[in-house]
Design a protein around this ligand. Structure first.
Ligand code: C2E
Ligand code: MG
Ligand code: MG
Ligand code: MG
Length: 284
């Protein structure tokens, strides 16, 4: 049942989630302090070209090292951050941290790596969002072509707001991808109207790929759509060889998932980079 809900609804069903309002208030207070106390951390998961084995980019995924509760996944606190408006300062920090990490990797001699950052609607629709992003690019020296923002279909569908924000972000040179593609609104008009770079096929389609014939048909349709519109396409949540082979057969060559790589810290990625490349190459 929970699987059918939008990404922003999963908080209600997560087992790690606070169960009552009192506890939620406590967690909210902790979250207010989390930035200042440097408890948030980004992990990075590779996006792999299945033909060459090259790491074409990484997605930044936020974690919260809570002093008592331990390491919390975004599903337990991003909805709370969104509800309280804390997502605005937290989101700014996430973008800045991703840009800093790009610089650190480059400094340590790695080839420049594209970083994708997830956006929440409240961030994206905030009047000062694009100005703040522009300032962060300046401040960190981040080349914009190595930054990508992941938005959802519902964010893109809100034409009144999305139009201005997307136009400004593209003018800055930032890439835009549609996350969880296929799970949101059914109108595809926004794909024509906006300058989108890539579609990320949601994990739910890929999960049943080996068993369900219809999922292969749906994925095939998404890939043809992306090709016809000149968009990139990424298969997300790929866990098995079978899923990988099927996606490649269907024409999706960019793959993100545990099969190739789990999310890891920026330091682990830096230290293990060439071992990672080797292991990915052997698995491809
Ligand atoms: P998403 O953007 O769709 O990110 C993909 C999620 O799938 C991540 O979960 C990732 O760890 C997980 N994943 C990747 N490959 C596999 C796989 O092969 N198998 C399985 N079972 N899972 C896989 P995570 O890190 O828990 O993030 C969950 C969601 O939280 C994200 O979904 C995104 O919507 C949100 N999120 C994460 N980081 C941020 C952030 O910095 N800002 C905002 N606004 N949202 C974020
Ligand atoms: Mg994402
Ligand atoms: Mg997302
Ligand atoms: Mg996704």
């Amino acid at each position: 049942k929970a699987k059918n809900l939008g990404k922003n609804d999963y908080m209600l069903f997560s087992p790690e989630m606070y169960v009552n309002a009192g506890e939620e208030l406590l967690l909210e207070n902790d979250l207010r302090q989390a930035l200042k106390k440097e408890e948030l951390e980004l992990e990075y998961q590779g996006q792999i070209n299945a033909n060459t084995g090259a790491i074409i980019g990484v997605e930044a995924l936020v974690r919260w090292n809570h002093p008592e509760k331990g390491r919390l996944s975004p599903g337990t606190f991003i909805p709370l951050a969104e509800k309280t408006g804390l997502i605005v300062p937290i989101g700014d920090w996430i973008i800045r941290q991703a840009c800093r990490q790009h610089h650190l990797w480059k400094e340590s001699g790695l080839p420049p790596i594209k970083i994708s950052v997830n956006l929440s609607a409240q961030q994206f629709l905030n009047q000062s969002f694009t100005a703040s992003v522009a300032a962060t690019l300046q401040e960190t020296g981040m080349p914009p072509e190595f930054l990508e923002f992941e938005i959802t279909e519902s964010m893109a569908m809100d034409f009144n707001y999305a139009e201005k924000a997307l136009h400004e972000l593209k003018k800055l040179g930032i890439r835009i991808s549609i996350d969880d593609f296929g799970t949101g609104y059914s109108s595809l008009y926004y794909l024509k109207r906006f300058d989108i770079d890539a579609l990320k096929i949601d994990k739910s389609f890929i999960d049943d790929l080996s068993g369900d014939k219809n999922d292969a048909e749906l994925i095939n349709t998404m890939i043809v759509l992306a090709d016809n519109l000149g968009l990139g396409v990424i298969g997300e949540g790929v866990e098995t060889r079978e899923q990988l082979d099927e996606l490649v057969r269907l024409g999706c060559h960019t793959i993100q998932g545990y099969y190739f790589m789990k999310p890891m810290s920026g330091d682990d990625l830096r230290c293990g980079y060439y071992d990672l490349i080797r292991s990915v190459f052997e698995k491809k």
